[in-house]
Design a protein around this ligand. Structure first.
Ligand code: UDX
Ligand code: UDX
Length: 442
């Protein structure tokens, strides 16, 4: 059992801290948002993430997990301090490291030589060389004689399946220039069966940016192929299957759609572009990854305009607000962008999401969108239906009912999640990404 503190109890900090408690460590989660901490102390979970709530409840009950605003106590009581505060993008694409810097300063002022050895671990996604800056801050602002090392331990959790990704990761990456700190990290991850990749500090930081950018590149690659498929009358799903069976390529993250969103890929691609440029080794390939991602929504809307002509005053139903399935997170959600564009063109939009109705409404503040409590009332009066998020339950909808409620027999699936046969059997036209349009059966 190790004594751990996690500073920043957001998506990453909360799920990571809970999973560390689940494998037996004692974890104190710290946050400077009083409302969030009080809610967590009362057993209210601020995010929708499958399996998380029951793990929090059981680990709090077992005395292994607690929540506080008291960073000083958490630092005093913990051997290892993880930093999981936000690293949002700035206007110029660089990463805002001010939260990391201010937490590092606070920790530096709190640790004393009497506390003994402390390891500070960066969990947040940061540009390469941030860890060495954190170490400088610790050396600069701590009292003399403190014994401290810095580690980079990037997370690879996907929202919506974060608990499983954390408890059963493909690999664990830890980077440090201190052998002693790496030994501490081995002890923390000893209960996990995944292989551990041990690197120097800078390489671990780079692994995170390079991994997320590579995955974003896979998505943009298949979306480019999807555009060619549309032009050639081919089927991108068959192409993805055919290329994905090559073990060197793999089928994962080759799902064509409206493009990637979320709090990570857009920010991390930008962050990697920026840091590479600063280092004089531009990752020019990533500019095109971004371009393709932007074009994807524009291409989709053009196809709808081709059919509907003018979108102003058209009643349009959108299923999906979250940036992906199984989450209530709408940060950088392509579906939210789509809805905003439809509204800007004067369309009358109603929307439904299984989990992101409240977060979606907040993201759409100022836009007149009717967010409904169920998927069918969203369709009342609508001329067409657009799927913006890949929720599996959309595929299980009753399309006969959909067909009765829609004014025109038009379904545009921006995530290739529906079964075309079910849609067309209900008398609806089925438009998707990178595939031929399927016409109604009756
Ligand atoms: C994290 C990482 O920080 C980011 O680098 C990574 O790429 C994605 O995951 P996330 O957990 O999604 O971000 O952020 P968020 O849900 O916004 O949570 C951050 C938490 O830190 C919030 O609860 C916020 O209140 C807290 N915080 C922020 C602090 O406790 N102290 C601060 O100084 C700033
Ligand atoms: C991502 C990484 O997967 C994870 O390893 C990292 O640590 C954090 O960022 P996350 O953003 O939670 O996770 O979700 P992810 O499943 O990667 O999806 C990101 C976006 O890409 C979503 O908008 C999703 O709809 C889109 N996507 C994903 C596709 O368009 N096609 C795919 O094949 C996969």
């Amino acid at each position: 059992m190790m004594k751990l503190a996690i500073i920043g109890t957001g998506y990453v900090g909360l799920t990571t801290g809970t999973c560390f408690a689940e494998v037996g460590h004692r974890v104190i989660c710290v946050d400077n948002n009083a409302q969030k901490v009080v809610a967590l102390q009362q057993g209210e979970i601020p995010i929708f993430e499958p399996e998380l709530e029951q793990l929090i409840v059981s680990n709090v009950a077992a005395g292994r997990l607690s929540f506080t605003m008291d960073i000083a106590e958490a630092v005093r009581l913990s051997d290892v301090i993880f930093i999981a505060v936000p690293t949002p993008p700035l206007e110029d694409g660089s990463v805002d490291l001010s939260y990391i810097e201010s937490v590092s300063c606070t920790v530096a002022e709190l640790i004393t030589p009497e506390m003994g050895y402390r390891v500070i671990v960066d969990k947040s996604t940061v540009p390469v060389s941030t860890g060495s800056k954190v170490l400088q801050v610790l050396q600069r602002y701590s009292s003399s004689g403190v014994d401290v090392d810095v580690v980079s331990n990037p997370e690879f959790l996907r929202e919506g399946c974060a608990v499983d990704d954390l408890l059963n990761p493909d690999r664990i990456v830890v980077g440090s220039d201190s052998a002693r700190a790496l030994d501490v990290m081995r002890r923390i991850y000893q209960p996990f069966s995944a292989p551990m990749v041990e690197t120097d500090l800078a390489s671990a930081e780079l692994i995170k940016h390079a991994a997320n950018s590579f995955l974003a590149m896979k998505i943009s690659y298949i979306n480019s192929v999807a555009a060619v498929c549309e032009a050639a009358g081919a089927d991108v799903e068959q192409v993805a299957l055919g290329i994905g069976m090559d073990k060197r390529i793999q089928r994962h993250f080759l799902n064509a759609g409206l493009g990637y969103g979320g709090s990570c890929f857009p920010k991390d691609v930008k962050g990697f572009i920026h840091v590479a440029e600063q280092l004089g080794s531009p990752m020019t390939i990533l500019h095109e990854v971004e371009n393709v991602n932007e074009r994807q929504l524009a291409r989709f809307l053009n196809r709808i305009r081709e059919k509907m002509w003018i979108l102003g005053h058209k009643r349009i139903a959108v299923w999906g607000l979250a940036f992906k399935q199984n989450t209530d997170d709408v940060r950088e959600s392509v579906s939210i962008k789509l809805i905003k564009q439809l509204c800007d063109e004067g369309a009358i939009v109603s929307a439904y999401d299984p989990a992101a109705r409240i977060t979606g409404a907040a993201a759409l503040e100022g836009y007149d969108v009717n967010i409904t409590e169920d998927m069918y009332s969203c369709l009342k009066g609508a001329e067409l239906l657009i799927i913006g998020t890949e929720w599996k339950e959309f595929a299980q909808a009753n399309f006969s009912r959909v067909s009765e409620l829609l004014h025109l027999p038009l379904v545009y699936d921006g995530r290739n999640i529906l079964h075309g046969e079910n849609v067309t059997a209900a008398g609806l036209e089925y438009h998707s990404i990178g595939r031929k349009t399927m016409m109604p059966k009756s």
